[in-house]
Ligand binder design. Structure first.
Ligand SMILES: *[C@@H]1O[C@H](CO)[C@@H](O)[C@H](O)[C@H]1NC(C)=O
Ligand SMILES: *[C@@H]1O[C@H](CO)[C@@H](O)[C@H](O)[C@H]1NC(C)=O
Ligand SMILES: *[C@@H]1O[C@H](CO)[C@@H](O)[C@H](O)[C@H]1NC(C)=O
Ligand SMILES: *[C@@H]1O[C@H](CO)[C@@H](O)[C@H](O)[C@H]1NC(C)=O
Ligand SMILES: *[C@@H]1O[C@H](CO)[C@@H](O)[C@H](O)[C@H]1NC(C)=O
Ligand SMILES: *[C@@H]1O[C@H](CO)[C@@H](O)[C@H](O)[C@H]1NC(C)=O
Ligand SMILES: *[C@@H]1O[C@H](CO)[C@@H](O)[C@H](O)[C@H]1NC(C)=O
Ligand SMILES: *[C@@H]1O[C@H](CO)[C@@H](O)[C@H](O)[C@H]1NC(C)=O
Ligand SMILES: *[C@@H]1O[C@H](CO)[C@@H](O)[C@H](O)[C@H]1NC(C)=O
Ligand SMILES: [Fe+2]
Length: 495
Protein backbone atom coordinates (compact mmCIF):
# COMPACT_ATOMS: atom_id res chain seq x y z
CA UNK A 1 0.00 0.00 0.00
CA UNK A 2 2.91 2.39 0.41
CA UNK A 3 3.76 2.97 -3.23
CA UNK A 4 0.57 3.81 -5.03
CA UNK A 5 0.29 6.24 -7.88
CA UNK A 6 -1.92 9.14 -6.95
CA UNK A 7 -4.02 8.53 -10.05
CA UNK A 8 -4.92 5.01 -8.94
CA UNK A 9 -5.73 6.26 -5.48
CA UNK A 10 -7.95 8.99 -6.89
CA UNK A 11 -9.91 6.48 -8.96
CA UNK A 12 -10.32 4.14 -6.01
CA UNK A 13 -11.42 7.04 -3.82
CA UNK A 14 -13.99 8.07 -6.39
CA UNK A 15 -15.76 4.74 -6.56
CA UNK A 16 -15.37 3.75 -2.93
CA UNK A 17 -16.12 6.99 -1.18
CA UNK A 18 -18.70 9.02 -3.07
CA UNK A 19 -22.06 7.38 -2.87
CA UNK A 20 -24.43 10.26 -3.43
CA UNK A 21 -24.63 13.57 -5.25
CA UNK A 22 -23.93 15.88 -2.32
CA UNK A 23 -26.94 18.03 -3.19
CA UNK A 24 -26.87 21.40 -1.47
CA UNK A 25 -28.96 24.57 -1.76
CA UNK A 26 -28.32 28.25 -1.10
CA UNK A 27 -30.66 31.24 -1.05
CA UNK A 28 -30.11 33.69 -3.88
CA UNK A 29 -32.29 36.69 -3.10
CA UNK A 30 -35.94 35.97 -2.24
CA UNK A 31 -36.71 34.93 -5.82
CA UNK A 32 -33.82 32.55 -6.44
CA UNK A 33 -32.30 29.29 -5.27
CA UNK A 34 -28.83 28.03 -6.10
CA UNK A 35 -28.77 24.26 -6.59
CA UNK A 36 -25.33 22.66 -6.34
CA UNK A 37 -24.34 19.00 -6.63
CA UNK A 38 -21.43 16.76 -7.54
CA UNK A 39 -20.91 14.22 -10.29
CA UNK A 40 -17.95 12.04 -11.26
CA UNK A 41 -18.03 13.33 -14.82
CA UNK A 42 -18.00 16.80 -16.26
CA UNK A 43 -21.56 17.76 -17.19
CA UNK A 44 -21.92 19.78 -20.38
CA UNK A 45 -25.21 21.26 -19.31
CA UNK A 46 -26.34 20.67 -15.70
CA UNK A 47 -30.14 20.84 -15.54
CA UNK A 48 -32.66 21.31 -12.75
CA UNK A 49 -36.29 20.44 -13.44
CA UNK A 50 -38.61 22.27 -11.07
CA UNK A 51 -42.22 23.13 -10.36
CA UNK A 52 -44.88 23.80 -7.72
CA UNK A 53 -46.10 20.22 -7.79
CA UNK A 54 -43.91 17.19 -7.39
CA UNK A 55 -45.79 15.61 -10.29
CA UNK A 56 -45.30 18.55 -12.64
CA UNK A 57 -41.66 19.60 -12.84
CA UNK A 58 -42.36 21.51 -16.02
CA UNK A 59 -39.74 24.25 -15.65
CA UNK A 60 -36.08 23.91 -16.51
CA UNK A 61 -33.06 25.83 -15.21
CA UNK A 62 -29.61 25.15 -16.68
CA UNK A 63 -26.05 26.41 -16.58
CA UNK A 64 -22.65 25.63 -17.99
CA UNK A 65 -20.98 25.53 -14.55
CA UNK A 66 -19.49 22.08 -13.95
CA UNK A 67 -16.12 22.67 -12.36
CA UNK A 68 -13.35 20.73 -10.72
CA UNK A 69 -9.85 21.39 -9.41
CA UNK A 70 -6.59 19.45 -9.07
CA UNK A 71 -6.96 16.45 -6.66
CA UNK A 72 -10.77 16.58 -6.71
CA UNK A 73 -12.51 13.32 -7.70
CA UNK A 74 -15.74 15.09 -8.66
CA UNK A 75 -17.23 18.01 -10.57
CA UNK A 76 -19.24 20.71 -8.82
CA UNK A 77 -22.37 21.64 -10.74
CA UNK A 78 -24.12 24.92 -9.98
CA UNK A 79 -27.50 25.93 -11.38
CA UNK A 80 -29.41 29.05 -10.34
CA UNK A 81 -33.20 28.87 -10.43
CA UNK A 82 -34.63 32.38 -10.64
CA UNK A 83 -38.05 33.98 -10.92
CA UNK A 84 -39.41 32.14 -7.87
CA UNK A 85 -41.98 33.42 -5.38
CA UNK A 86 -40.69 34.19 -1.86
CA UNK A 87 -41.59 31.87 1.02
CA UNK A 88 -42.87 29.20 -1.36
CA UNK A 89 -42.18 25.47 -1.49
CA UNK A 90 -40.99 24.10 -4.83
CA UNK A 91 -40.13 20.60 -5.99
CA UNK A 92 -37.02 19.95 -8.00
CA UNK A 93 -34.82 17.31 -9.55
CA UNK A 94 -31.27 17.95 -10.76
CA UNK A 95 -29.91 15.98 -13.72
CA UNK A 96 -27.71 14.02 -13.88
CA UNK A 97 -27.53 12.62 -10.36
CA UNK A 98 -25.96 9.45 -9.06
CA UNK A 99 -28.07 6.51 -10.28
CA UNK A 100 -29.90 5.57 -7.11
CA UNK A 101 -31.16 9.13 -6.57
CA UNK A 102 -32.33 9.85 -10.08
CA UNK A 103 -35.93 8.86 -9.37
CA UNK A 104 -36.21 11.06 -6.28
CA UNK A 105 -37.99 14.43 -6.24
CA UNK A 106 -36.58 16.94 -3.76
CA UNK A 107 -38.10 20.15 -2.39
CA UNK A 108 -37.02 23.51 -1.01
CA UNK A 109 -38.69 26.63 0.34
CA UNK A 110 -37.52 30.04 -0.90
CA UNK A 111 -36.46 32.84 1.40
CA UNK A 112 -39.12 34.76 3.32
CA UNK A 113 -39.66 38.24 1.87
CA UNK A 114 -37.91 41.03 3.81
CA UNK A 115 -40.58 42.52 6.07
CA UNK A 116 -42.50 39.27 6.51
CA UNK A 117 -42.81 39.17 10.30
CA UNK A 118 -43.83 35.52 10.65
CA UNK A 119 -41.78 33.86 13.43
CA UNK A 120 -39.14 31.36 12.31
CA UNK A 121 -36.00 29.55 13.45
CA UNK A 122 -32.54 29.03 11.98
CA UNK A 123 -29.94 26.35 12.78
CA UNK A 124 -26.36 27.54 13.23
CA UNK A 125 -23.14 25.53 13.46
CA UNK A 126 -19.49 26.45 13.22
CA UNK A 127 -16.68 23.87 13.21
CA UNK A 128 -18.67 20.88 11.97
CA UNK A 129 -16.56 17.96 10.75
CA UNK A 130 -17.18 14.73 8.94
CA UNK A 131 -18.84 12.11 11.12
CA UNK A 132 -18.07 8.40 11.07
CA UNK A 133 -15.01 6.41 10.10
CA UNK A 134 -13.12 9.41 8.67
CA UNK A 135 -13.91 11.85 11.46
CA UNK A 136 -15.83 11.95 14.73
CA UNK A 137 -16.84 8.49 15.86
CA UNK A 138 -16.62 6.20 18.89
CA UNK A 139 -12.84 5.94 18.66
CA UNK A 140 -9.93 8.23 17.84
CA UNK A 141 -6.14 8.25 17.85
CA UNK A 142 -4.25 7.72 21.10
CA UNK A 143 -3.89 11.35 22.26
CA UNK A 144 -7.61 12.07 22.00
CA UNK A 145 -9.40 12.07 25.38
CA UNK A 146 -12.04 9.39 25.79
CA UNK A 147 -14.60 12.10 26.60
CA UNK A 148 -13.97 13.57 23.15
CA UNK A 149 -15.35 10.65 21.16
CA UNK A 150 -18.97 9.66 20.71
CA UNK A 151 -20.50 7.07 23.01
CA UNK A 152 -21.73 3.96 21.22
CA UNK A 153 -25.08 4.81 19.66
CA UNK A 154 -24.77 8.53 20.44
CA UNK A 155 -26.53 10.74 17.90
CA UNK A 156 -24.10 13.17 16.25
CA UNK A 157 -24.84 16.74 15.17
CA UNK A 158 -25.51 15.92 11.52
CA UNK A 159 -28.02 13.26 12.56
CA UNK A 160 -29.50 15.66 15.11
CA UNK A 161 -30.02 18.35 12.47
CA UNK A 162 -31.57 15.78 10.14
CA UNK A 163 -34.05 14.76 12.81
CA UNK A 164 -34.90 18.45 13.42
CA UNK A 165 -35.50 19.49 9.80
CA UNK A 166 -38.97 20.78 10.68
CA UNK A 167 -37.45 23.13 13.29
CA UNK A 168 -35.44 25.48 11.09
CA UNK A 169 -35.62 27.33 7.76
CA UNK A 170 -31.94 27.08 6.84
CA UNK A 171 -28.58 25.96 8.19
CA UNK A 172 -25.81 28.50 8.64
CA UNK A 173 -22.25 27.10 8.86
CA UNK A 174 -19.77 29.89 9.57
CA UNK A 175 -16.55 28.11 8.64
CA UNK A 176 -14.52 24.98 9.35
CA UNK A 177 -16.45 22.68 7.07
CA UNK A 178 -15.60 18.93 7.01
CA UNK A 179 -12.02 19.15 8.40
CA UNK A 180 -10.55 17.40 5.36
CA UNK A 181 -7.19 18.89 6.35
CA UNK A 182 -7.27 16.60 9.41
CA UNK A 183 -6.32 13.63 7.22
CA UNK A 184 -2.69 14.19 8.26
CA UNK A 185 -3.37 14.35 11.99
CA UNK A 186 -5.72 11.35 11.75
CA UNK A 187 -3.08 9.41 9.88
CA UNK A 188 -0.22 10.33 12.25
CA UNK A 189 -2.39 9.38 15.22
CA UNK A 190 -3.06 5.96 13.68
CA UNK A 191 -6.76 6.61 13.28
CA UNK A 192 -6.71 6.18 9.50
CA UNK A 193 -4.79 2.93 9.19
CA UNK A 194 -2.55 2.15 6.26
CA UNK A 195 -2.57 5.56 4.66
CA UNK A 196 0.58 7.34 3.61
CA UNK A 197 1.56 10.95 3.12
CA UNK A 198 1.59 10.28 -0.63
CA UNK A 199 -2.07 9.33 -0.45
CA UNK A 200 -2.89 12.55 1.41
CA UNK A 201 -4.61 14.32 -1.44
CA UNK A 202 -6.91 11.37 -2.10
CA UNK A 203 -7.75 11.00 1.57
CA UNK A 204 -8.41 14.74 1.83
CA UNK A 205 -10.88 14.58 -1.05
CA UNK A 206 -12.50 11.40 0.31
CA UNK A 207 -13.20 13.22 3.59
CA UNK A 208 -14.78 16.12 1.69
CA UNK A 209 -16.91 13.70 -0.35
CA UNK A 210 -18.00 11.89 2.79
CA UNK A 211 -18.94 15.14 4.50
CA UNK A 212 -21.08 16.49 1.66
CA UNK A 213 -22.68 13.04 1.31
CA UNK A 214 -23.64 13.08 4.99
CA UNK A 215 -24.88 16.67 4.83
CA UNK A 216 -27.19 15.97 1.90
CA UNK A 217 -29.83 14.66 4.32
CA UNK A 218 -30.14 18.29 5.42
CA UNK A 219 -28.86 20.38 2.54
CA UNK A 220 -31.04 18.85 -0.21
CA UNK A 221 -34.08 20.50 1.38
CA UNK A 222 -32.66 23.30 3.58
CA UNK A 223 -30.48 26.10 2.21
CA UNK A 224 -26.92 25.73 3.47
CA UNK A 225 -25.31 29.15 3.91
CA UNK A 226 -21.57 28.99 4.55
CA UNK A 227 -18.54 31.15 5.27
CA UNK A 228 -14.78 30.59 5.34
CA UNK A 229 -12.83 29.08 8.26
CA UNK A 230 -9.13 28.37 8.68
CA UNK A 231 -9.63 24.67 7.89
CA UNK A 232 -10.75 25.53 4.37
CA UNK A 233 -7.38 27.18 3.65
CA UNK A 234 -4.92 24.29 3.20
CA UNK A 235 -4.29 20.55 3.63
CA UNK A 236 -2.08 20.25 6.70
CA UNK A 237 -4.17 21.78 9.48
CA UNK A 238 -1.80 24.74 9.54
CA UNK A 239 1.19 22.70 10.70
CA UNK A 240 1.03 19.16 12.09
CA UNK A 241 3.79 17.41 14.08
CA UNK A 242 4.62 13.72 13.83
CA UNK A 243 6.35 13.54 17.22
CA UNK A 244 7.30 9.87 16.91
CA UNK A 245 9.24 10.58 13.74
CA UNK A 246 10.34 14.13 14.58
CA UNK A 247 8.70 15.59 11.50
CA UNK A 248 6.89 18.90 11.40
CA UNK A 249 4.73 19.19 8.34
CA UNK A 250 3.72 22.46 6.79
CA UNK A 251 1.55 23.42 3.88
CA UNK A 252 4.39 22.93 1.42
CA UNK A 253 3.22 19.28 1.32
CA UNK A 254 -0.18 20.40 0.04
CA UNK A 255 -0.90 19.73 -3.58
CA UNK A 256 -2.37 22.35 -5.84
CA UNK A 257 -6.11 22.25 -5.19
CA UNK A 258 -5.67 21.85 -1.45
CA UNK A 259 -4.48 25.37 -0.70
CA UNK A 260 -6.01 28.78 -1.13
CA UNK A 261 -9.59 27.77 -0.17
CA UNK A 262 -9.86 25.97 -3.50
CA UNK A 263 -12.36 23.28 -2.42
CA UNK A 264 -14.45 25.92 -0.65
CA UNK A 265 -14.48 28.18 -3.71
CA UNK A 266 -15.54 25.28 -5.95
CA UNK A 267 -18.23 23.70 -3.77
CA UNK A 268 -20.40 26.77 -3.14
CA UNK A 269 -22.07 29.74 -4.81
CA UNK A 270 -23.11 32.08 -2.01
CA UNK A 271 -25.25 35.12 -2.92
CA UNK A 272 -22.44 37.70 -2.96
CA UNK A 273 -23.31 38.77 -6.50
CA UNK A 274 -26.72 40.01 -5.32
CA UNK A 275 -25.37 41.59 -2.12
CA UNK A 276 -22.18 43.24 -3.38
CA UNK A 277 -19.91 40.87 -1.42
CA UNK A 278 -17.07 38.65 -2.56
CA UNK A 279 -17.39 35.00 -3.52
CA UNK A 280 -18.31 32.67 -0.66
CA UNK A 281 -16.26 34.90 1.66
CA UNK A 282 -18.57 37.77 2.60
CA UNK A 283 -22.15 38.50 1.65
CA UNK A 284 -25.54 39.26 3.17
CA UNK A 285 -29.16 38.24 2.69
CA UNK A 286 -32.59 39.08 4.07
CA UNK A 287 -34.96 36.48 5.39
CA UNK A 288 -38.23 37.64 6.95
CA UNK A 289 -37.50 40.11 9.77
CA UNK A 290 -33.74 39.52 9.71
CA UNK A 291 -30.76 40.81 7.76
CA UNK A 292 -28.03 38.14 7.91
CA UNK A 293 -24.37 39.00 7.28
CA UNK A 294 -21.51 36.53 6.74
CA UNK A 295 -18.02 37.94 7.40
CA UNK A 296 -14.58 36.64 6.46
CA UNK A 297 -12.23 36.57 9.47
CA UNK A 298 -9.51 34.66 7.57
CA UNK A 299 -8.41 37.09 4.85
CA UNK A 300 -8.99 40.65 3.64
CA UNK A 301 -9.21 42.51 6.93
CA UNK A 302 -7.83 45.64 5.27
CA UNK A 303 -6.60 48.75 7.09
CA UNK A 304 -3.06 47.39 7.03
CA UNK A 305 -4.11 44.21 8.84
CA UNK A 306 -3.37 40.93 7.14
CA UNK A 307 -5.94 38.17 7.68
CA UNK A 308 -4.63 35.35 9.91
CA UNK A 309 -4.34 32.75 7.15
CA UNK A 310 -3.00 35.03 4.40
CA UNK A 311 0.62 35.11 3.35
CA UNK A 312 2.32 37.14 6.10
CA UNK A 313 -0.60 36.62 8.53
CA UNK A 314 -0.25 35.06 11.96
CA UNK A 315 -0.96 31.60 10.50
CA UNK A 316 0.60 32.26 7.11
CA UNK A 317 -0.97 29.45 5.11
CA UNK A 318 1.02 28.83 1.97
CA UNK A 319 -0.63 30.27 -1.10
CA UNK A 320 -3.44 32.22 0.50
CA UNK A 321 -3.82 35.70 -0.91
CA UNK A 322 -6.52 38.30 -0.35
CA UNK A 323 -9.69 37.29 -2.19
CA UNK A 324 -10.50 40.85 -3.20
CA UNK A 325 -7.82 43.05 -4.73
CA UNK A 326 -9.52 46.26 -3.62
CA UNK A 327 -8.03 47.75 -0.46
CA UNK A 328 -10.44 47.54 2.51
CA UNK A 329 -13.04 45.87 0.26
CA UNK A 330 -14.60 43.89 3.08
CA UNK A 331 -15.02 46.64 5.66
CA UNK A 332 -16.09 49.17 3.03
CA UNK A 333 -18.73 46.69 1.94
CA UNK A 334 -19.73 45.90 5.54
CA UNK A 335 -20.28 49.55 6.40
CA UNK A 336 -22.33 50.17 3.26
CA UNK A 337 -24.31 46.98 3.80
CA UNK A 338 -25.15 47.78 7.43
CA UNK A 339 -25.94 51.42 6.64
CA UNK A 340 -28.42 50.32 3.97
CA UNK A 341 -30.47 48.02 6.22
CA UNK A 342 -34.09 49.13 6.49
CA UNK A 343 -34.73 48.31 10.15
CA UNK A 344 -38.47 48.81 9.66
CA UNK A 345 -38.39 45.80 7.35
CA UNK A 346 -35.61 43.76 8.90
CA UNK A 347 -35.40 44.98 12.52
CA UNK A 348 -32.92 42.22 13.37
CA UNK A 349 -29.33 42.23 12.12
CA UNK A 350 -27.32 39.08 12.82
CA UNK A 351 -23.66 38.71 11.86
CA UNK A 352 -21.51 35.57 11.77
CA UNK A 353 -17.75 35.31 11.34
CA UNK A 354 -15.61 32.27 11.99
CA UNK A 355 -13.34 33.65 14.74
CA UNK A 356 -14.65 35.19 17.93
CA UNK A 357 -14.12 38.81 18.98
CA UNK A 358 -14.84 37.83 22.60
CA UNK A 359 -14.20 34.52 24.38
CA UNK A 360 -12.77 33.28 27.68
CA UNK A 361 -10.29 31.23 25.61
CA UNK A 362 -8.36 34.35 24.60
CA UNK A 363 -6.04 32.43 22.29
CA UNK A 364 -8.92 31.82 19.88
CA UNK A 365 -9.85 35.49 19.61
CA UNK A 366 -8.86 37.33 16.44
CA UNK A 367 -7.72 40.75 17.71
CA UNK A 368 -7.27 42.17 14.20
CA UNK A 369 -10.81 41.09 13.33
CA UNK A 370 -12.03 42.83 16.46
CA UNK A 371 -10.15 46.00 15.48
CA UNK A 372 -11.70 46.20 12.03
CA UNK A 373 -15.19 44.79 12.58
CA UNK A 374 -16.26 45.75 16.10
CA UNK A 375 -16.58 49.52 15.55
CA UNK A 376 -18.97 48.88 12.66
CA UNK A 377 -20.97 46.21 14.51
CA UNK A 378 -21.41 48.60 17.44
CA UNK A 379 -22.08 51.72 15.33
CA UNK A 380 -24.83 50.02 13.33
CA UNK A 381 -26.37 48.36 16.41
CA UNK A 382 -26.01 44.80 15.21
CA UNK A 383 -28.17 42.64 17.49
CA UNK A 384 -26.19 39.40 17.58
CA UNK A 385 -22.69 38.28 16.55
CA UNK A 386 -22.00 34.54 16.17
CA UNK A 387 -18.66 32.73 15.95
CA UNK A 388 -16.89 29.45 16.66
CA UNK A 389 -13.26 28.42 15.96
CA UNK A 390 -12.69 27.38 19.57
CA UNK A 391 -14.46 24.04 20.06
CA UNK A 392 -16.51 25.17 23.01
CA UNK A 393 -19.85 26.83 23.63
CA UNK A 394 -19.82 30.17 25.40
CA UNK A 395 -22.63 32.69 25.59
CA UNK A 396 -21.38 36.14 26.37
CA UNK A 397 -23.04 39.42 27.36
CA UNK A 398 -23.85 42.31 25.02
CA UNK A 399 -20.48 44.06 24.73
CA UNK A 400 -18.59 46.97 23.22
CA UNK A 401 -14.86 47.56 23.60
CA UNK A 402 -14.81 44.98 26.38
CA UNK A 403 -17.52 46.70 28.41
CA UNK A 404 -20.77 45.01 29.24
CA UNK A 405 -23.96 46.75 28.28
CA UNK A 406 -25.57 47.92 31.55
CA UNK A 407 -28.94 46.66 30.29
CA UNK A 408 -27.82 43.08 29.74
CA UNK A 409 -30.30 41.35 27.43
CA UNK A 410 -33.10 43.80 28.33
CA UNK A 411 -32.81 46.28 25.50
CA UNK A 412 -29.03 46.61 25.18
CA UNK A 413 -27.42 49.04 22.75
CA UNK A 414 -24.31 46.87 22.30
CA UNK A 415 -24.20 43.72 20.16
CA UNK A 416 -24.71 40.36 21.88
CA UNK A 417 -21.91 37.79 21.32
CA UNK A 418 -22.20 33.99 21.27
CA UNK A 419 -19.54 31.41 20.33
CA UNK A 420 -20.60 27.89 19.44
CA UNK A 421 -17.81 25.73 18.03
CA UNK A 422 -19.21 22.59 19.69
CA UNK A 423 -20.83 20.85 16.72
CA UNK A 424 -18.15 18.15 16.69
CA UNK A 425 -15.22 16.97 14.57
CA UNK A 426 -12.51 14.28 14.79
CA UNK A 427 -10.81 15.26 18.05
CA UNK A 428 -13.75 16.71 19.88
CA UNK A 429 -14.04 19.67 22.15
CA UNK A 430 -11.57 22.18 23.57
CA UNK A 431 -10.97 23.26 27.14
CA UNK A 432 -11.90 26.69 28.43
CA UNK A 433 -9.64 28.26 31.06
CA UNK A 434 -10.96 27.57 34.54
CA UNK A 435 -11.25 31.27 35.20
CA UNK A 436 -13.71 32.66 32.69
CA UNK A 437 -14.11 36.27 31.58
CA UNK A 438 -16.58 38.31 33.64
CA UNK A 439 -18.70 38.74 30.51
CA UNK A 440 -19.11 34.96 30.11
CA UNK A 441 -22.68 33.95 30.92
CA UNK A 442 -22.77 30.19 30.21
CA UNK A 443 -20.17 27.74 28.98
CA UNK A 444 -19.71 24.13 27.91
CA UNK A 445 -16.35 22.64 27.06
CA UNK A 446 -14.58 19.29 26.92
CA UNK A 447 -15.44 18.54 30.57
CA UNK A 448 -19.16 18.61 29.79
CA UNK A 449 -18.50 16.55 26.66
CA UNK A 450 -21.68 17.61 24.91
CA UNK A 451 -21.94 18.32 21.20
CA UNK A 452 -24.64 20.67 20.06
CA UNK A 453 -26.03 23.21 17.62
CA UNK A 454 -27.54 26.67 17.98
CA UNK A 455 -31.18 27.37 17.30
CA UNK A 456 -32.12 31.02 16.79
CA UNK A 457 -35.81 31.84 17.03
CA UNK A 458 -37.10 35.20 15.86
CA UNK A 459 -40.47 35.55 17.61
CA UNK A 460 -41.29 39.08 16.45
CA UNK A 461 -39.43 42.39 16.11
CA UNK A 462 -38.64 42.58 19.84
CA UNK A 463 -37.78 39.04 20.98
CA UNK A 464 -35.01 36.73 19.78
CA UNK A 465 -34.12 33.47 21.55
CA UNK A 466 -30.83 31.59 21.26
CA UNK A 467 -30.74 27.95 22.37
CA UNK A 468 -27.91 25.45 22.63
CA UNK A 469 -29.47 22.11 21.62
CA UNK A 470 -27.60 18.95 22.69
CA UNK A 471 -27.20 16.77 19.60
CA UNK A 472 -27.38 13.47 21.50
CA UNK A 473 -30.90 13.97 22.89
CA UNK A 474 -32.31 17.28 21.67
CA UNK A 475 -32.34 18.79 25.16
CA UNK A 476 -31.93 22.57 25.31
CA UNK A 477 -28.98 23.06 27.68
CA UNK A 478 -28.95 26.85 27.48
CA UNK A 479 -31.61 29.34 26.46
CA UNK A 480 -31.50 33.14 26.52
CA UNK A 481 -33.80 35.73 25.03
CA UNK A 482 -32.77 39.15 23.79
CA UNK A 483 -35.33 41.93 24.08
CA UNK A 484 -35.15 45.07 21.97
CA UNK A 485 -37.61 47.86 22.75
CA UNK A 486 -38.81 48.92 19.34
CA UNK A 487 -42.08 49.39 17.62
CA UNK A 488 -42.76 46.74 15.08
CA UNK A 489 -43.62 48.27 11.71
CA UNK A 490 -47.38 48.14 11.43
CA UNK A 491 -47.02 48.06 7.68
CA UNK A 492 -45.16 44.76 7.71
CA UNK A 493 -47.32 41.75 7.12
CA UNK A 494 -47.44 38.04 7.25
CA UNK A 495 -47.21 37.23 3.56
C1 LIG B 1 -26.68 4.91 -3.29
O1 LIG B 1 -26.04 3.67 -3.40
C2 LIG B 1 -24.89 3.54 -2.61
C3 LIG B 1 -24.19 2.27 -2.97
O2 LIG B 1 -25.08 1.20 -2.95
C4 LIG B 1 -25.32 3.59 -1.15
O3 LIG B 1 -24.20 3.44 -0.32
C5 LIG B 1 -25.97 4.93 -0.90
O4 LIG B 1 -26.43 5.00 0.43
C6 LIG B 1 -27.11 5.14 -1.85
N1 LIG B 1 -27.58 6.50 -1.69
C7 LIG B 1 -28.83 6.79 -1.48
C8 LIG B 1 -29.15 8.23 -1.33
O5 LIG B 1 -29.71 5.95 -1.42
C1 LIG C 1 -21.19 30.01 -19.73
O1 LIG C 1 -22.32 30.83 -19.87
C2 LIG C 1 -22.07 32.22 -19.69
C3 LIG C 1 -23.36 32.99 -19.69
O2 LIG C 1 -24.42 32.25 -20.17
C4 LIG C 1 -21.09 32.69 -20.78
O3 LIG C 1 -20.80 34.05 -20.58
C5 LIG C 1 -19.81 31.88 -20.66
O4 LIG C 1 -18.94 32.23 -21.71
C6 LIG C 1 -20.09 30.40 -20.73
N1 LIG C 1 -18.85 29.70 -20.42
C7 LIG C 1 -18.46 28.65 -21.10
C8 LIG C 1 -17.18 28.02 -20.65
O5 LIG C 1 -19.08 28.21 -22.03
C1 LIG D 1 -39.40 17.95 1.47
O1 LIG D 1 -38.26 17.13 1.68
C2 LIG D 1 -38.08 16.74 3.03
C3 LIG D 1 -36.76 16.01 3.13
O2 LIG D 1 -36.72 14.95 2.27
C4 LIG D 1 -39.27 15.89 3.47
O3 LIG D 1 -39.10 15.52 4.81
C5 LIG D 1 -40.54 16.67 3.30
O4 LIG D 1 -41.64 15.87 3.60
C6 LIG D 1 -40.66 17.20 1.88
N1 LIG D 1 -41.78 18.12 1.80
C7 LIG D 1 -42.76 17.96 0.95
C8 LIG D 1 -43.81 19.02 0.99
O5 LIG D 1 -42.82 17.04 0.17
C1 LIG E 1 -3.07 -2.57 7.42
O1 LIG E 1 -2.10 -3.26 6.62
C2 LIG E 1 -1.64 -4.47 7.22
C3 LIG E 1 -0.50 -5.01 6.36
O2 LIG E 1 -0.85 -5.00 5.01
C4 LIG E 1 -2.82 -5.45 7.32
O3 LIG E 1 -2.40 -6.64 7.93
C5 LIG E 1 -3.90 -4.80 8.17
O4 LIG E 1 -5.05 -5.62 8.18
C6 LIG E 1 -4.31 -3.43 7.61
N1 LIG E 1 -5.22 -2.81 8.53
C7 LIG E 1 -6.38 -2.28 8.14
C8 LIG E 1 -7.24 -1.76 9.22
O5 LIG E 1 -6.72 -2.22 6.99
C1 LIG F 1 -14.37 43.22 -4.46
O1 LIG F 1 -15.15 44.14 -3.73
C2 LIG F 1 -15.80 45.11 -4.54
C3 LIG F 1 -16.46 46.09 -3.62
O2 LIG F 1 -15.51 46.70 -2.82
C4 LIG F 1 -16.81 44.41 -5.41
O3 LIG F 1 -17.44 45.37 -6.25
C5 LIG F 1 -16.11 43.39 -6.25
O4 LIG F 1 -17.07 42.66 -6.99
C6 LIG F 1 -15.33 42.44 -5.37
N1 LIG F 1 -14.53 41.55 -6.18
C7 LIG F 1 -14.78 40.26 -6.26
C8 LIG F 1 -13.80 39.47 -7.06
O5 LIG F 1 -15.74 39.73 -5.78
C1 LIG G 1 -5.34 32.08 -4.75
O1 LIG G 1 -6.64 32.55 -5.10
C2 LIG G 1 -6.64 33.88 -5.58
C3 LIG G 1 -8.06 34.28 -5.84
O2 LIG G 1 -8.80 34.21 -4.66
C4 LIG G 1 -5.82 33.97 -6.84
O3 LIG G 1 -5.77 35.31 -7.24
C5 LIG G 1 -4.41 33.47 -6.55
O4 LIG G 1 -3.68 33.41 -7.74
C6 LIG G 1 -4.42 32.09 -5.94
N1 LIG G 1 -3.09 31.74 -5.52
C7 LIG G 1 -2.56 30.55 -5.73
C8 LIG G 1 -1.18 30.32 -5.21
O5 LIG G 1 -3.17 29.66 -6.33
C1 LIG H 1 -18.92 22.50 32.03
O1 LIG H 1 -17.70 22.13 32.63
C2 LIG H 1 -16.89 23.23 32.97
C3 LIG H 1 -15.56 22.69 33.46
O2 LIG H 1 -15.76 21.71 34.44
C4 LIG H 1 -17.60 24.10 34.01
O3 LIG H 1 -16.82 25.26 34.25
C5 LIG H 1 -18.94 24.54 33.44
O4 LIG H 1 -19.65 25.25 34.40
C6 LIG H 1 -19.72 23.33 33.01
N1 LIG H 1 -20.96 23.80 32.40
C7 LIG H 1 -22.13 23.35 32.78
C8 LIG H 1 -23.29 23.97 32.10
O5 LIG H 1 -22.29 22.51 33.62
C1 LIG I 1 -42.98 38.90 20.96
O1 LIG I 1 -42.62 37.58 21.31
C2 LIG I 1 -42.43 37.38 22.69
C3 LIG I 1 -41.91 35.98 22.88
O2 LIG I 1 -42.75 35.04 22.28
C4 LIG I 1 -43.73 37.63 23.42
O3 LIG I 1 -43.54 37.45 24.80
C5 LIG I 1 -44.18 39.05 23.14
O4 LIG I 1 -45.44 39.30 23.75
C6 LIG I 1 -44.29 39.28 21.65
N1 LIG I 1 -44.56 40.69 21.41
C7 LIG I 1 -45.55 41.08 20.65
C8 LIG I 1 -45.69 42.54 20.46
O5 LIG I 1 -46.29 40.29 20.10
C1 LIG J 1 -29.34 15.25 27.37
O1 LIG J 1 -27.93 15.26 27.38
C2 LIG J 1 -27.36 16.27 28.22
C3 LIG J 1 -25.87 16.29 28.02
O2 LIG J 1 -25.29 15.08 28.33
C4 LIG J 1 -27.76 16.02 29.67
O3 LIG J 1 -27.24 17.04 30.49
C5 LIG J 1 -29.28 16.00 29.77
O4 LIG J 1 -29.67 15.68 31.05
C6 LIG J 1 -29.87 15.00 28.80
N1 LIG J 1 -31.31 15.18 28.78
C7 LIG J 1 -32.13 14.14 28.93
C8 LIG J 1 -33.58 14.46 28.89
O5 LIG J 1 -31.71 13.00 29.05
FE1 LIG K 1 -11.37 27.38 13.07
Amino acid sequence: MRVVSSLLVAAAAASAYTTNSQLRLAYHGDDGMMVSWNTFQHVEKPIVHWGLSQYRLTNIATSNVSITYPTSTTYNNHVLISGLQPGTTYFYKPTPLMKNESAEVFNFTTSRRAGDNTPFSVAVVVDLGTMGSKGLTTSAGAPVASTNVLQPGERNTIEALESSLADFDFLWHAGDIAYADYWLKEEIQGFLPNTTIEEGAAVYESILNEFYDEMMAITASKPYMVGPGNHEANCDNGGTKDKAHHITYDSSICMEGQTNFTGFKNHFRMPSDVSGGTGNFWYSFDHGMVHFVQLDTETDLGHGFIGPVEDGGSEDFFGVEPVNATMNAQTTWLEADLAAVDRSKTPWVVVAGHRPLYLSDSGAICPECKDVFEPLLTKYKVDLVLSGHSHVYERQAPLAEGKEDPNGLENPTFPWYITNGAAGHYDGLDELPSSRQPYSRFALDTFNATYGWSRLTFHNCTHLTHEFVASKNGTVLDSATLFKARTCDQGSKHY
